[in-house]
Design a protein around this ligand. Sequence first.
Ligand code: C5P
Length: 255
Amino acid sequence: MMTGPDENMPQNPPKNITDNPIYCALDTVDAVEAVALAKSLKGAVGGVKLGLEFFSANGADGFQRVAATGMPIFLDLKFHDIPNTVAGAISAVMPLVPKILTIHTLGGPDMMCRAVEIASIEAEKQGVARPCVAGVTILTSMDDTDLAAIGVQNTVADQVTRLAKLAHFCGLDGMVCSPKEIALARAATNPDFKLIVPGIRPEGSAAGDQKRVMTPLEATSAGADILVIGRPITKAPDPAAAARKIAENLAISTN
Ligand code: C5P
């Protein structure tokens, strides 16, 4: 049975995740490199993203080493399991105080509601703001043919819209979407729902393996709340300077 969010659960949803919308993806297994990058990017970005690659190699200890730089952290582990297991995983990472964490919306409504509930309960216990619990809809590596192969007859756009509505209904704080999906995600939810957008390329930087890209300004103008930017910053000769330039183009002051 589909259930909505529990009205009695503690409500302390995040307000401003950051004044600087740039989160730099530190896609590395090397904790020393990640700490050095996080240190150098202080003041130039709003936070950093650590994903499966980093966490599988370095675990909570690696997270804490990056967190010790004072940088807010988006923990992108894309949890997807039965509600009880996802709740257990969220409880396990909450002591790390991530600013943003991700779950798969394909885990279904009960799993999503339970995820928000446990994040709220743990945050209240710790006396911290609840992390932004964001949903991943359809991975951007999948197209309509891939959906058909797993028995989903909807197009990617229709399925993303459906899952965005469901995530919003279940009380999630936001979702991850491609630049191309910003408009439909916003239309399916509301202005407070945080849209976290990878596939961002500043003018003149290489798209690499990203197929549908937008510049930072195009993405924020379209309604993105958080810009996830990896290689254009991490592979630049001077990552901090590259990040500052992006922020300045968005009229964000850096210090
Ligand atoms: O280096 P780049 O800017 O392409 O990095 C983008 C980051 O966002 C990577 O960590 C990638 O895994 C992540 N991401 C993505 N597309 C998605 C979801 C996450 O590029 N749909």
